[in-house]
Design a protein around this ligand. Structure first.
Ligand code: NAP
Length: 312
């Protein structure tokens, strides 16, 4: 039987992906922009942000694989061929990286590390006690999926009280679960540090907005590691400037790379990182994709097929 053709449409840093082949020979790798190919020869696509309109030109496409946990890069394409199963990358290595990133920033905030950095820069010996105890610092996870629930468990191990908000109610040991639009305000009202790990859908776009920030206790802190589309940037800046929020960590942005002119770069209460909270590792992602292709070829369906209508 002929080997399936896998078209990889990836940024330059991923161009060596096919060199990481864990299962040499299972597929023919075709690199978009480098190799010539006939559209009808493409069986599978692997990408993060494929050019809109491209996938509909592949009449024999059997499935598309996202290099990331989110699929917004595919579904921003109004011509995404809905008959084609879309598989998102999910792996514990990704959840573990994200948990590290979130824990690091929760602790930097909780232990006021930025104040000590500032004091050091002025050669000032400035001792202070924590204004809030760990058991009184309430963390709220917006989103309790693959990554949110993993991260919540790690935060609870550090002694933080953790609650979560999701579409459906969860039963995770030790976690207070809020579900649906009707319970969002109550969830926010008891959240000191808000961590966004929602999928980006029509319903969750713009959820980090003025109303949300006002519903949190004064002096709240926000960490957005999901997608830039969740945040209304102007509302965040206004909430920080009037002291409703005390700080924010942003890893994802409406426009990436974040333009040099963005006020987010220089805001004294914002930490900006360049979408690096959890990066898919090429060898792990590739194994995931090759396993998925093998399943499709056997007539099975792999896990993590996204509902194209709900977008997650
Ligand atoms: P996931 O498993 O699909 O989980 C998504 C969560 O969002 C679920 O708990 C889901 O609720 C909830 N949700 C979706 N729509 C909702 C709604 N209308 N109301 C309430 N809750 C809703 O996603 P994941 O793999 O954990 O990824 C989470 C986010 O992290 C994604 O946005 C992804 O793109 C992002 N991410 C970022 C990076 C980075 O480097 N910054 C890396 C990896 C992932 P139910 O469970 O009830 O369905």
């Amino acid at each position: 039987m002929a080997k399936p053709n896998l078209l990889t449409i990836v940024p330059a840093k991923w161009a060596g992906l096919s060199a990481a082949k864990p299962d040499e020979g299972a597929v023919n790798f075709i690199l978009h922009g480098r190799d010539e190919y006939a559209p009808e020869s493409i069986d599978y696509v692997l990408s993060f942000y494929p050019p809109p309109g491209l996938l509909k030109t592949f009449p024999n496409l059997k499935a598309a694989f996202s290099l990331g946990a989110g699929v917004d890069g595919f579904l921003r394409d109004p011509d995404y061929p809905k008959r084609v199963p879309l598989v998102r990358f999910a792996d514990e290595t990704l959840s573990a990286e994200m948990a590290q990133f979130v824990l690091m920033h929760v602790l930097i905030r909780h232990r006021h590390q930025r104040l000590f950095d500032e004091a050091q820069s002025k050669r000032k010996w400035r001792q202070m006690v924590l204004p809030r105890r760990t058991e009184d610092t309430r963390i709220g996870m917006l989103g309790l999926g693959e990554i949110g629930s993993f991260t919540a468990a790690r935060l609870m191990k550090l002694g933080f009280p953790v609650a979560g908000w999701s579409r459906t109610r969860k039963t995770l040991p030790g976690l207070k679960s809020f579900a649906g639009d009707g319970e969002l305000a109550a969830f926010l009202g008891q959240t000191d540090i808000l961590v966004c790990l929602l999928s980006l859908t029509r319903k969750t776009a713009g959820i980090l907005n003025a109303k949300t920030f006002t519903a949190m206790p004064e002096g709240g802190f926000v960490i957005n590691v999901a997608r830039g589309g969740h945040l209304v940037e102007a509302d965040l800046i206004a909430a920080l400037d009037r002291g409703q929020l005390s700080g924010a960590v942003l890893d994802v942005f409406g426009e990436e790379p974040l333009p040099e002119s963005s006020p987010l770069w220089s805001h004294p209460k914002i930490t900006v990182t360049p979408h690096i909270a959890a990066i898919s590792q090429p060898a792990v992602a590739l194994k995931f994709v090759l396993d998925g292709i093998a399943k499709f070829e056997r007539g099975e369906r792999p896990d993590n097929i996204v509902d194209v209508e709900t977008a997650y």
